[in-house]
Design a protein around this ligand. Structure first.
Ligand code: ADP
Length: 227
């Protein structure tokens, strides 16, 4: 089985609950790295346009239940992990193993937040141990070198999500419709961030989002430390 030292590339993950500004910061990070002449591959999860996300799409539109809690966190995690496995095998494995830099918008870390939120506190550790072992040891996906966790609060995130939807006309999925669920994801994210030593970027100041550029500069300096 592959171990961390055998993978020769770098893997950087942007993580955070919906409305934390991930997509915005991800694009900003990519633009800045391009402007500085870095080569990298962009990988975003879930890959809604691919066959490997068919079951995720069923889950998110509510085919297995309209409440996220209707679907066991272990089962739901497998659906997302399979999409990552397909992406790795068909898209970026060789690039990564030849020393490439991979920038990820969500990864295994999203299962830790979203699915971890469904697990009661006393089962959280067991869930995380299972998750990391499943994706990184059994499926042999590479482990991230840096996870940047965009920390926010529920009021700000809900506002940001509403703003994005009004701009794009997109519909809320079963995760996004449920405010309690979002709060539980935030708590699970804090737990995982602490447990795995993720780099936390505090995106809210005085009840509002910090400026996009301000957050970006912090993210960029952390990224530069590992590439
Ligand atoms: P996510 O990918 O985490 O769901 P997005 O990057 O799509 O979040 O951001 C949600 C909305 O908030 C978008 O409309 C985006 O333009 C806006 N936004 C993102 N970051 C900031 C920020 N720092 N300040 C103000 N608005 C922001």
């Amino acid at each position: 089985m592959q171990t961390k030292s055998e993978g020769r590339g770098k893997l950087i993950v942007l993580e955070g609950i919906d409305g934390s500004g991930k997509s915005t910061q991800y694009e900003r990070l990519c633009e800045h790295l391009s402007a500085e002449g870095y080569s990298y591959r962009k990988v975003k999860f879930p890959r809604y346009g691919e066959d490997s996300s068919a079951l995720i799409r069923q889950y998110l539109r509510g085919d297995f239940g309209s409440d996220p809690a209707d679907v066991n966190p272990y089962a739901a995690s497998v659906l997302y992990a399979v999409d990552r496995f397909a992406s790795y095998m068909t898209d970026w494995k060789d690039y990564y193993n030849n020393g490439g830099l991979i920038l990820l918008d969500r990864y295994t870390t999203s299962n830790a937040c979203h699915q971890g939120s469904k697990v009661p506190p006393e089962g959280r550790q067991e869930f995380l141990d299972w998750l990391y072992s499943f994706e990184f040891r059994l499926l042999e996906l590479p482990e991230p070198d840096l996870v940047l966790y965009l920390d926010t609060d529920i009021a700000v995130s809900s506002r940001q999500m509403a703003k994005r939807r009004s701009g794009t006309g997109e519909k809320a999925d079963i995760h996004e419709k449920n405010a309690d669920y979002l709060a539980e994801c935030l708590e699970a994210g804090h737990y995982a961030a602490e447990h795995y030593g993720w780099t936390v970027v505090h995106c809210v100041s005085g009840g509002n989002m910090r400026g996009i550029d301000d957050i970006h500069e912090e993210i960029y300096s952390k990224v530069k430390e590992v590439i």
